[in-house]
Design a protein around this ligand. Structure first.
Ligand SMILES: CSCCC(=O)C(=O)COP(=O)(O)O
Ligand SMILES: [Zn+2]
Length: 218
């Protein structure tokens, strides 16, 4: 369950969301997955209307404080008067909002991790993973099933990027879970989950799977 969208949006909730985003961001920055000002994170605060707390743009993601978040709407545009910072929201807030809306994500994390970018370069049509134990970590079978991590072209236009995401995203069905990640070619990876902890697990698992795919490619 997303701990943030289960209660009314208040100053205390926004403060807690900011602290959680700053802590996760520091974790990924220390792993080298957010060099410089790269990367951004969000949590979904409310669904009707859609509201996300997203990291502010252009900051060192290893040095965020609980105040460095902006409340955005379904287009990723900053919302004035509902709390949070009045800094510029992440340039990629629009894609976070599309992922929250389409995939029902409670949290999303975007990093510039090496294996994701390399794998998209090697397999621009999508990265096929199969017969790997860690697939269980994203809800898929460890045996006998292809799991495709989709790849889309990079763009500075978040509407175009959101449309590209929706074109490749396959929602869960009675027979299969969805794939909670998207690689943006030449750029980085987004992973999401019901909450920040699950999004982190998905991201770490998928980056690990991509490292194995690259190391074992023939
Ligand atoms: C220096 S990285 C270029 C921008 C980017 O890809 C990124 O992830 C950070 O953008 P933001 O606006 O969220 O700081
Ligand atoms: Zn980026």
């Amino acid at each position: 369950m997303n701990v943030f969208s289960s209660e009314p949006v208040s100053a205390a909730l926004i403060e807690r969301a900011g602290a959680a985003l700053a802590a996760e961001s520091a974790r990924f920055a220390s792993r080298g997955w957010m060099p410089g000002t790269a990367g951004n994170l969000s949590v979904t605060l409310a669904r009707d209307p859609l509201r996300l707390a997203v990291t502010a743009s252009g900051l060192d993601k290893g040095e965020l404080t609980s105040s460095d978040i902006v409340i955005v709407d379904e287009d990723g545009a900053g919302v004035i008067g509902e709390g949070g910072s009045e800094q510029r929201p992440s340039a990629e807030a629009g894609l976070h909002a599309r992922i929250a809306a389409k995939a029902g994500a409670g949290a999303a994390i975007h990093v510039h991790a090496l294996a994701a970018v390399t794998a998209a370069h090697v397999w621009p049509g999508g990265v096929v993973l199969r017969d790997l134990e860690m697939l269980k970590g994203i809800g898929h079978s460890a045996h006998g099933q292809d799991v495709v991590i989709p790849v889309v072209d990079n763009s500075q236009d978040m509407v175009a990027l959101g449309d590209a995401f929706e074109a490749v995203y396959r929602p869960a069905s009675p027979n299969s879970r969805d794939v909670p990640a998207l690689i943006v070619a030449g750029h980085g990876i987004y992973a999401w989950g019901a909450d920040l902890r699950e999004a982190r697990w998905h991201l770490e698992i998928i980056e690990g799977l991509l490292q194995i795919a690259l190391a074992t490619r023939r």
